[in-house]
Design a binder for this molecule. Structure first.
Ligand code: ATP
Length: 330
Protein backbone atom coordinates (compact mmCIF):
# COMPACT_ATOMS: atom_id res chain seq x y z
CA UNK A 1 0.00 0.00 0.00
CA UNK A 2 1.30 3.49 -0.81
CA UNK A 3 1.67 5.50 2.38
CA UNK A 4 0.60 9.08 2.58
CA UNK A 5 4.20 10.24 3.00
CA UNK A 6 5.34 8.36 -0.08
CA UNK A 7 2.53 9.88 -2.08
CA UNK A 8 2.95 13.45 -0.74
CA UNK A 9 4.07 16.01 -3.32
CA UNK A 10 7.80 16.41 -2.85
CA UNK A 11 7.89 19.91 -4.32
CA UNK A 12 5.66 21.16 -1.49
CA UNK A 13 8.23 20.17 1.11
CA UNK A 14 11.21 21.43 -0.92
CA UNK A 15 10.15 24.95 -1.81
CA UNK A 16 10.17 26.96 1.41
CA UNK A 17 9.09 30.09 -0.44
CA UNK A 18 5.74 28.66 -1.50
CA UNK A 19 2.74 30.19 0.20
CA UNK A 20 0.77 27.62 2.19
CA UNK A 21 -2.43 28.97 0.72
CA UNK A 22 -3.14 31.35 -2.12
CA UNK A 23 -6.56 32.53 -3.25
CA UNK A 24 -6.91 34.76 -6.28
CA UNK A 25 -10.28 36.41 -6.97
CA UNK A 26 -12.27 33.49 -5.58
CA UNK A 27 -16.05 33.74 -6.02
CA UNK A 28 -18.95 31.54 -4.93
CA UNK A 29 -22.61 32.39 -5.43
CA UNK A 30 -25.70 30.61 -4.19
CA UNK A 31 -28.48 31.80 -6.49
CA UNK A 32 -28.23 35.57 -6.57
CA UNK A 33 -26.22 35.75 -3.34
CA UNK A 34 -22.44 36.05 -3.49
CA UNK A 35 -21.39 34.11 -0.40
CA UNK A 36 -17.72 34.69 -1.29
CA UNK A 37 -17.11 37.80 -3.32
CA UNK A 38 -13.75 37.91 -5.11
CA UNK A 39 -11.45 37.09 -2.23
CA UNK A 40 -7.71 37.23 -2.82
CA UNK A 41 -5.68 36.07 0.13
CA UNK A 42 -2.36 34.49 0.91
CA UNK A 43 -1.24 32.56 3.99
CA UNK A 44 2.48 32.21 4.71
CA UNK A 45 3.96 28.83 5.41
CA UNK A 46 4.16 28.21 9.18
CA UNK A 47 1.79 31.04 10.07
CA UNK A 48 -1.03 30.84 12.61
CA UNK A 49 -3.88 32.81 11.07
CA UNK A 50 -7.26 33.71 12.50
CA UNK A 51 -10.00 33.96 9.88
CA UNK A 52 -12.54 36.11 11.63
CA UNK A 53 -16.02 37.13 10.62
CA UNK A 54 -19.62 37.18 11.83
CA UNK A 55 -22.10 34.37 11.18
CA UNK A 56 -22.94 34.23 7.49
CA UNK A 57 -19.81 36.16 6.42
CA UNK A 58 -18.74 33.36 4.06
CA UNK A 59 -16.03 31.65 6.15
CA UNK A 60 -17.35 28.09 5.83
CA UNK A 61 -18.00 28.53 2.12
CA UNK A 62 -14.44 29.78 1.67
CA UNK A 63 -12.84 26.82 3.42
CA UNK A 64 -15.19 24.39 1.67
CA UNK A 65 -13.79 25.70 -1.61
CA UNK A 66 -10.22 25.28 -0.36
CA UNK A 67 -10.90 21.67 0.60
CA UNK A 68 -12.76 20.94 -2.64
CA UNK A 69 -16.17 20.32 -1.05
CA UNK A 70 -17.67 23.30 -2.86
CA UNK A 71 -16.82 24.14 -6.45
CA UNK A 72 -15.22 27.54 -7.11
CA UNK A 73 -17.26 29.68 -9.55
CA UNK A 74 -14.40 32.02 -10.43
CA UNK A 75 -10.80 32.49 -9.39
CA UNK A 76 -8.01 30.17 -8.32
CA UNK A 77 -7.06 28.40 -5.12
CA UNK A 78 -3.64 26.87 -4.50
CA UNK A 79 -2.49 24.91 -1.48
CA UNK A 80 1.32 24.77 -1.35
CA UNK A 81 1.26 25.67 -5.02
CA UNK A 82 -1.15 22.86 -5.97
CA UNK A 83 -4.28 24.02 -7.81
CA UNK A 84 -7.37 22.60 -6.07
CA UNK A 85 -9.31 22.55 -9.34
CA UNK A 86 -6.59 20.52 -11.07
CA UNK A 87 -5.23 18.16 -8.44
CA UNK A 88 -7.51 17.84 -5.45
CA UNK A 89 -6.01 14.46 -4.56
CA UNK A 90 -2.59 16.03 -3.96
CA UNK A 91 -4.14 18.93 -2.06
CA UNK A 92 -5.87 16.47 0.29
CA UNK A 93 -2.53 14.91 1.20
CA UNK A 94 -1.14 18.19 2.53
CA UNK A 95 -4.38 19.68 3.88
CA UNK A 96 -6.23 18.76 7.07
CA UNK A 97 -9.70 20.16 7.71
CA UNK A 98 -11.63 20.04 10.95
CA UNK A 99 -15.22 20.73 9.93
CA UNK A 100 -17.76 22.56 12.05
CA UNK A 101 -20.03 19.52 12.05
CA UNK A 102 -18.71 16.49 13.90
CA UNK A 103 -17.62 13.60 11.70
CA UNK A 104 -17.24 10.68 14.09
CA UNK A 105 -18.86 7.27 14.50
CA UNK A 106 -20.73 7.35 17.82
CA UNK A 107 -20.75 3.59 18.38
CA UNK A 108 -16.97 3.23 17.93
CA UNK A 109 -14.32 4.00 20.54
CA UNK A 110 -11.99 6.97 20.01
CA UNK A 111 -9.17 4.64 18.95
CA UNK A 112 -11.37 2.71 16.49
CA UNK A 113 -12.68 5.97 15.03
CA UNK A 114 -9.10 7.08 14.38
CA UNK A 115 -8.06 3.72 12.95
CA UNK A 116 -11.00 3.88 10.59
CA UNK A 117 -10.17 7.40 9.39
CA UNK A 118 -6.48 6.53 9.15
CA UNK A 119 -7.26 3.54 6.94
CA UNK A 120 -9.23 5.87 4.67
CA UNK A 121 -6.01 7.87 4.22
CA UNK A 122 -4.21 4.71 3.20
CA UNK A 123 -2.43 4.22 6.52
CA UNK A 124 -1.96 0.77 7.99
CA UNK A 125 0.12 -1.46 10.26
CA UNK A 126 2.57 0.06 12.74
CA UNK A 127 2.32 3.48 11.12
CA UNK A 128 -1.44 3.66 11.65
CA UNK A 129 -1.00 2.45 15.24
CA UNK A 130 1.68 5.07 16.02
CA UNK A 131 -0.21 7.90 14.45
CA UNK A 132 -3.44 6.93 16.19
CA UNK A 133 -1.72 6.95 19.58
CA UNK A 134 0.07 10.23 18.78
CA UNK A 135 -3.22 11.87 17.74
CA UNK A 136 -4.95 10.63 20.92
CA UNK A 137 -2.11 12.04 23.03
CA UNK A 138 -2.11 15.39 21.28
CA UNK A 139 -5.79 16.01 22.00
CA UNK A 140 -5.62 14.54 25.53
CA UNK A 141 -7.85 11.53 24.94
CA UNK A 142 -5.39 8.70 25.76
CA UNK A 143 -7.40 7.71 28.82
CA UNK A 144 -10.59 7.58 26.78
CA UNK A 145 -9.14 5.61 23.88
CA UNK A 146 -11.28 2.52 24.49
CA UNK A 147 -14.19 3.52 26.68
CA UNK A 148 -16.79 4.94 26.49
CA UNK A 149 -17.92 4.90 22.87
CA UNK A 150 -17.35 8.26 21.17
CA UNK A 151 -21.11 8.93 21.14
CA UNK A 152 -20.98 9.14 24.95
CA UNK A 153 -18.20 11.76 24.96
CA UNK A 154 -18.84 15.32 26.11
CA UNK A 155 -19.17 17.94 23.37
CA UNK A 156 -15.58 19.03 23.97
CA UNK A 157 -14.20 15.50 23.82
CA UNK A 158 -16.03 14.89 20.54
CA UNK A 159 -14.49 18.04 19.09
CA UNK A 160 -11.03 16.94 20.25
CA UNK A 161 -11.56 13.58 18.55
CA UNK A 162 -12.62 15.43 15.41
CA UNK A 163 -9.32 17.32 15.50
CA UNK A 164 -7.33 14.11 16.09
CA UNK A 165 -8.92 12.59 12.94
CA UNK A 166 -7.64 15.50 10.84
CA UNK A 167 -4.08 15.00 12.11
CA UNK A 168 -3.59 11.34 11.16
CA UNK A 169 -2.18 12.00 7.70
CA UNK A 170 0.19 14.67 9.13
CA UNK A 171 -1.05 17.57 7.03
CA UNK A 172 1.19 20.57 6.39
CA UNK A 173 -1.72 22.98 6.76
CA UNK A 174 -4.65 22.53 9.13
CA UNK A 175 -7.89 24.48 8.80
CA UNK A 176 -10.31 24.40 11.72
CA UNK A 177 -13.86 25.72 11.40
CA UNK A 178 -15.13 27.10 14.73
CA UNK A 179 -13.51 24.28 16.76
CA UNK A 180 -14.52 25.62 20.16
CA UNK A 181 -18.21 26.36 19.67
CA UNK A 182 -20.12 24.98 22.65
CA UNK A 183 -17.22 23.29 24.40
CA UNK A 184 -16.16 23.31 28.04
CA UNK A 185 -13.18 25.45 29.18
CA UNK A 186 -10.94 22.40 29.79
CA UNK A 187 -11.43 21.15 26.22
CA UNK A 188 -10.92 24.66 24.89
CA UNK A 189 -7.56 24.86 26.67
CA UNK A 190 -6.59 21.48 25.30
CA UNK A 191 -7.49 22.56 21.79
CA UNK A 192 -5.46 25.76 22.20
CA UNK A 193 -2.40 23.91 23.53
CA UNK A 194 -2.63 21.25 20.82
CA UNK A 195 -2.72 23.91 18.11
CA UNK A 196 0.17 25.88 19.62
CA UNK A 197 2.26 22.70 19.74
CA UNK A 198 1.45 21.79 16.13
CA UNK A 199 2.29 25.30 14.97
CA UNK A 200 5.60 25.28 16.88
CA UNK A 201 6.44 22.08 15.00
CA UNK A 202 5.90 23.94 11.72
CA UNK A 203 2.30 23.24 10.78
CA UNK A 204 0.47 26.16 9.15
CA UNK A 205 -2.82 26.77 10.95
CA UNK A 206 -5.92 28.62 9.79
CA UNK A 207 -8.31 29.08 12.67
CA UNK A 208 -11.82 30.09 11.60
CA UNK A 209 -13.92 31.73 14.27
CA UNK A 210 -16.23 34.52 15.22
CA UNK A 211 -14.63 34.79 18.68
CA UNK A 212 -12.27 37.76 18.55
CA UNK A 213 -10.67 36.94 21.89
CA UNK A 214 -9.59 33.53 20.55
CA UNK A 215 -7.79 35.17 17.63
CA UNK A 216 -6.13 37.59 20.05
CA UNK A 217 -5.00 34.72 22.26
CA UNK A 218 -3.76 32.35 19.54
CA UNK A 219 -2.95 33.92 16.21
CA UNK A 220 -0.08 35.95 14.77
CA UNK A 221 -2.01 37.04 11.71
CA UNK A 222 -5.65 37.94 11.20
CA UNK A 223 -7.93 38.07 8.18
CA UNK A 224 -11.35 39.63 8.60
CA UNK A 225 -14.27 38.73 6.31
CA UNK A 226 -17.67 40.37 6.19
CA UNK A 227 -20.42 39.91 3.61
CA UNK A 228 -18.22 37.60 1.54
CA UNK A 229 -15.33 40.06 1.28
CA UNK A 230 -11.91 40.16 2.85
CA UNK A 231 -11.97 43.57 4.50
CA UNK A 232 -8.63 43.52 6.32
CA UNK A 233 -5.67 41.26 6.85
CA UNK A 234 -2.16 41.33 8.25
CA UNK A 235 -0.13 40.72 11.39
CA UNK A 236 -2.39 41.15 14.41
CA UNK A 237 -0.28 43.98 15.87
CA UNK A 238 -0.28 45.92 12.62
CA UNK A 239 -4.05 45.56 12.18
CA UNK A 240 -4.57 46.79 15.74
CA UNK A 241 -2.24 49.73 15.07
CA UNK A 242 -3.99 50.63 11.81
CA UNK A 243 -7.57 50.48 13.03
CA UNK A 244 -7.48 49.98 16.75
CA UNK A 245 -9.12 53.17 17.92
CA UNK A 246 -10.48 53.67 21.37
CA UNK A 247 -14.22 53.85 21.15
CA UNK A 248 -16.77 55.47 23.38
CA UNK A 249 -20.44 54.65 22.99
CA UNK A 250 -23.09 56.91 24.42
CA UNK A 251 -26.78 56.17 24.67
CA UNK A 252 -28.46 59.58 24.43
CA UNK A 253 -31.90 60.99 23.80
CA UNK A 254 -32.53 62.19 20.23
CA UNK A 255 -32.18 65.81 21.31
CA UNK A 256 -28.96 65.24 23.24
CA UNK A 257 -27.54 63.24 20.34
CA UNK A 258 -28.25 66.08 17.92
CA UNK A 259 -26.41 68.57 20.16
CA UNK A 260 -23.51 66.15 20.67
CA UNK A 261 -23.16 65.58 16.92
CA UNK A 262 -23.04 69.36 16.37
CA UNK A 263 -20.22 69.60 18.90
CA UNK A 264 -18.34 66.63 17.39
CA UNK A 265 -18.56 68.09 13.89
CA UNK A 266 -16.26 70.87 15.06
CA UNK A 267 -13.62 68.32 16.06
CA UNK A 268 -12.18 66.43 13.11
CA UNK A 269 -9.54 64.79 15.35
CA UNK A 270 -12.22 62.34 16.48
CA UNK A 271 -14.64 60.54 14.21
CA UNK A 272 -18.22 59.82 15.13
CA UNK A 273 -21.10 57.79 13.84
CA UNK A 274 -24.69 57.15 14.88
CA UNK A 275 -25.12 53.37 15.10
CA UNK A 276 -28.16 51.37 14.03
CA UNK A 277 -29.42 51.15 17.61
CA UNK A 278 -29.20 54.96 17.98
CA UNK A 279 -26.07 54.97 20.14
CA UNK A 280 -23.51 57.63 19.36
CA UNK A 281 -20.04 56.20 18.78
CA UNK A 282 -16.94 58.33 19.15
CA UNK A 283 -13.61 56.99 17.92
CA UNK A 284 -10.16 58.45 18.44
CA UNK A 285 -6.64 57.16 17.95
CA UNK A 286 -5.62 59.05 21.08
CA UNK A 287 -7.87 58.22 24.01
CA UNK A 288 -7.43 61.68 25.66
CA UNK A 289 -9.00 63.34 22.58
CA UNK A 290 -12.10 61.18 22.94
CA UNK A 291 -12.23 61.58 26.71
CA UNK A 292 -12.00 65.40 26.48
CA UNK A 293 -14.97 65.56 24.13
CA UNK A 294 -17.02 62.95 25.95
CA UNK A 295 -16.43 64.89 29.19
CA UNK A 296 -17.80 68.03 27.52
CA UNK A 297 -20.82 66.14 26.25
CA UNK A 298 -21.46 64.71 29.69
CA UNK A 299 -21.11 68.03 31.50
CA UNK A 300 -22.81 70.39 29.01
CA UNK A 301 -25.29 68.27 27.05
CA UNK A 302 -26.17 64.94 28.66
CA UNK A 303 -25.38 64.71 32.39
CA UNK A 304 -27.13 61.36 32.74
CA UNK A 305 -26.78 59.32 29.53
CA UNK A 306 -28.65 56.02 29.23
CA UNK A 307 -25.35 54.23 28.64
CA UNK A 308 -21.67 55.16 28.46
CA UNK A 309 -19.24 52.45 27.39
CA UNK A 310 -15.51 52.78 26.75
CA UNK A 311 -13.73 50.17 24.63
CA UNK A 312 -9.91 50.13 24.51
CA UNK A 313 -8.30 49.17 21.16
CA UNK A 314 -8.87 45.48 20.38
CA UNK A 315 -10.06 43.35 17.47
CA UNK A 316 -13.56 44.29 18.57
CA UNK A 317 -12.89 47.99 17.98
CA UNK A 318 -11.12 47.13 14.71
CA UNK A 319 -14.18 45.26 13.54
CA UNK A 320 -16.55 48.03 14.62
CA UNK A 321 -14.42 50.66 12.91
CA UNK A 322 -14.22 48.67 9.67
CA UNK A 323 -17.87 47.64 9.44
CA UNK A 324 -19.80 49.98 11.70
CA UNK A 325 -21.24 46.87 13.34
CA UNK A 326 -20.36 44.76 16.29
CA UNK A 327 -19.45 41.19 15.47
CA UNK A 328 -22.97 39.81 15.33
CA UNK A 329 -24.03 36.90 17.53
CA UNK A 330 -20.76 36.83 19.46
N1 ATP B 1 -25.36 25.53 0.22
C1 ATP B 1 -25.83 26.77 0.35
N2 ATP B 1 -26.93 27.16 -0.29
C2 ATP B 1 -27.40 28.42 -0.20
N3 ATP B 1 -26.84 29.39 0.56
C3 ATP B 1 -25.73 29.06 1.24
C4 ATP B 1 -25.17 27.74 1.17
N4 ATP B 1 -24.06 27.72 1.95
C5 ATP B 1 -23.93 28.96 2.47
N5 ATP B 1 -24.94 29.76 2.05
C6 ATP B 1 -25.11 31.19 2.39
O1 ATP B 1 -23.90 31.84 2.14
C7 ATP B 1 -23.62 32.80 3.15
C8 ATP B 1 -22.28 32.49 3.79
O2 ATP B 1 -22.43 31.32 4.58
P1 ATP B 1 -21.23 30.63 5.35
O3 ATP B 1 -21.76 29.41 6.05
O4 ATP B 1 -20.09 30.47 4.43
O5 ATP B 1 -20.88 31.75 6.43
P2 ATP B 1 -20.01 31.63 7.75
O6 ATP B 1 -19.21 32.87 7.83
O7 ATP B 1 -19.28 30.35 7.76
O8 ATP B 1 -21.09 31.62 8.88
P3 ATP B 1 -21.25 30.61 10.12
O9 ATP B 1 -20.23 31.06 11.09
O10 ATP B 1 -22.65 30.89 10.56
O11 ATP B 1 -21.07 29.23 9.60
C9 ATP B 1 -24.78 32.74 4.13
O12 ATP B 1 -25.69 33.76 3.81
C10 ATP B 1 -25.38 31.38 3.89
O13 ATP B 1 -26.76 31.38 4.15
Amino acid sequence: MTTVEEAAPRHAARDEALAALELAGVVKSFGSQRAVDAISWSVRRGDFVGLLGPNGAGKTTLISMISGLVKIDEGKCRVFGIDTAKDLGKVKRVLGVVPQDLAIYPELSARDNLRFFGAMYGLGGAELKDRTEDALRRVGLEDRAVRPAAGKFSGGQKRRLNIAAALLHRPEILILDEPTVGIDPQSRNFVFETLRELNREGMTIVYVTHYMEEVEALCRTVAIVDHGRLIEEGPLERVLERHGSSLVRLGLSAEERQLAVELLEQHPEVSHRVLEDGDLQIAAKALPDAVALVTRILTDIAPSPETCKILPPSLETVFIELTGNQLRDS
